[in-house]
Write a protein that binds this ligand. Structure first.
Ligand SMILES: *Cc1c(COP(=O)(O)O)cnc(C)c1O
Length: 357
């Protein structure tokens, strides 16, 4: 069976050797040595000034909204994973959707200003499939209207834009290290923020507001990464070069073999060093997409409709029309992509897709 993704598992003895450090110290959470070591290594690997490792990629979004004291309306994208919208609602704010760009699939920055009202406090946008938003334009809009910017950078591990880590853009960025993501710790994630004062606030917030064992700086929650998660990250990190090479190999075959007349690939924004995190294709019609899924499933190949449905159709939100996002959500398919997808399988997938009428 071939799935849309396959988690990279490091050699078990390497994972165990790292875990042994936790056993020896009898210390398995509360920011132990393994979390500290992972944060240090990631800072270097990603070229970011600071990082807070977290237990998943969703709590950082909620904590970011809290830390920036956001209220009222937050402009956001309808084309993302549900966590982007649900975090806004969970924190008592109102998501105001702005449609996406049909090629880049990120929020359409030219439509943001007309959605701003006196109640708007921020923009939360997603770097979809690791493809950066138009961060420069968004920064200019935010400055002009005094809005905060949070990036859901769950897909963007290792991406650089104009030579700078994508995590360095916006007020706060959140990444996910979930097992289905490019770099993973089983469950996990991280927050990034270049403003030291705000970073300190994030730090308190992710650890109950603790300021030492007996004092509290303020309200907080528990978003700490455990030593067990960090051990997985430390075991996976040395393989990132190899993982990226293999994913690039797979994508090169897709690019070479697929016929892009009916199908459309994702267009990566200029000045981006992309991370090969997903390989989506867009069909002309949902009928073609369904036919492709049926045929692939017959061959034991399971791609995924990602993201579907468009988030403006969530049952707990007021209905609004987002024609581009809805159309893309109905016709986009993420093809299988992993470090060990073999050439024969990729060729089979391409053959099936090329035959869809
Ligand atoms: C995976 C993902 C998240 C959530 O991350 P978790 O680590 O699963 O909590 C948020 N946003 C996007 C776009 C994602 O793909």
């Amino acid at each position: 069976m071939i799935n849309v993704t396959k988690t990279f598992l490091p050699p078990q003895e390497e994972f165990n050797a790292i875990l042994k450090q936790a056993w020896d110290k009898k210390w398995i959470t509360n920011r132990g040595n393994l979390v500290l070591e992972l944060e240090k290594k990631l800072k270097t690997y990603l070229s970011v000034p600071n990082i807070i490792a977290t237990t998943n990629g969703t709590l950082p979004l909620q904590i970011a909204i809290k830390a920036l004291k956001l209220k009222g309306e937050i402009i956001t994208t309808p084309f993302s994973y549900v966590a982007t919208s649900s975090s806004i609602v969970w924190e008592g704010c109102i998501p105001v959707f702005v449609d996406i760009h049909p090629d880049y699939l990120t929020i359409d920055e030219t439509k943001i200003e007309s959605a701003i009202t006196e109640n708007t406090s921020a923009i939360i946008a997603t770097h979809v499939f690791g493809n950066p938003c138009h961060v420069d334009k968004i920064e200019a809009i935010a400055k002009k209207h005094q809005l905060k910017v949070i990036y859901d950078a769950a897909h963007s591990f290792g991406v650089t834009y104009k030579g700078n880590s994508i995590f360095n853009y916006g007020d706060i960025s959140a990444c996910s290290f979930h097992a289905t993501k490019l770099f993973h710790t089983g469950e996990g994630g991280a927050m990034f923020c270049n403003n030291q004062e705000l970073f300190n606030t994030l730090f308190y917030l992710h650890n109950f507001g603790h300021d030492g064992p007996e004092q509290f700086q303020g309200l907080g929650i528990n978003a700490k990464m455990s030593e067990l998660q960090a051990a997985m990250g430390l075991a996976v990190l040395p393989y990132m070069g190899k993982i990226l090479d293999e994913r690039k190999r797979v994508i090169n075959v897709y690019q070479r073999e697929l016929i892009f007349s009916k199908l459309k690939p994702l267009i990566i924004r200029d000045n981006t060093n992309w991370n090969y995190s997903y390989y989506p294709v867009v069909f002309e019609t949902e009928k073609q997409l369904k036919a492709a899924i049926l045929e692939l499933n017959k061959n034991n190949i399971y791609p995924r409709r990602y993201f579907y449905p468009s988030l403006n159709n969530l049952p707990y939100l007021k209905k609004v029309d987002m024609p581009v996002s809805e159309s893309i959500a109905q016709t986009i398919l993420c093809l299988p992509l992993s470090h060990d997808l073999n050439e024969a399988s990729i060729l089979k997938i391409c053959e099936i897709l090329n035959e869809i009428e």
